[in-house]
Ligand binder design. Structure first.
Ligand code: TYD
Length: 136
């Protein structure tokens, strides 16, 4: 098996005062890549899943800026689960990581940064195919 970059969670800078909270993040410091695209996932039904794919070229940094959701990802021959329920926690997922997002709360907004422009051809949408490709 090839050596792949490791997923990690990162606590982001946040400032809290009597007025409320502010969180900031910086390219190449908190997010370990230059981002070309941002998208956000919201209005997701609690019993629905998103994701269920891996990307050959895209790496991701995910922050649940409102509400909560769970992310399951496959790394090093096993599935791991992360709960994102605080806007000051980011999850980094390198390329070639199978990911599933689910358990979205009603108010959930999942903000995602990535290093690529959208390209459907870089997606692997079948888990068996993914395992073959990742173990090549
Ligand atoms: P998809 O990746 O299938 O969403 P999920 O895996 O989270 O269920 O994307 C849904 C649709 O949106 C699909 O037609 C591709 C399109 N899309 C874009 O055009 N640009 C993007 O940045 C993303 C993430 C998706």
């Amino acid at each position: 098996m090839k050596k792949y970059k490791k997923p990690f969670t990162k606590k982001l800078f946040s400032h809290n005062d009597l007025n409320g909270s502010l969180t900031s993040l910086e390219e190449l410091k908190d997010i370990p890549f230059r981002f070309k695209r941002i998208f956000f996932i919201y209005n997701t039904k609690n019993d629905k899943q998103r994701g269920n794919h891996a990307n050959r070229n895209s790496e991701f940094f995910l922050i649940c800026i409102s509400g909560s959701c769970k992310i399951k990802y496959y790394y090093n021959n096993s599935f791991n689960e992360v709960i994102l329920d605080n806007p000051n926690i980011g999850l980094y997922l390198p390329k070639l990581i199978w990911k599933e997002m689910y358990n979205f709360s009603k108010d959930s907004i999942l903000l995602v940064f990535t290093n690529t422009l959208y390209d459907d051809k870089e997606y692997i949408r079948n888990f068996e195919e993914y395992l073959i490709e990742v173990n090549r």
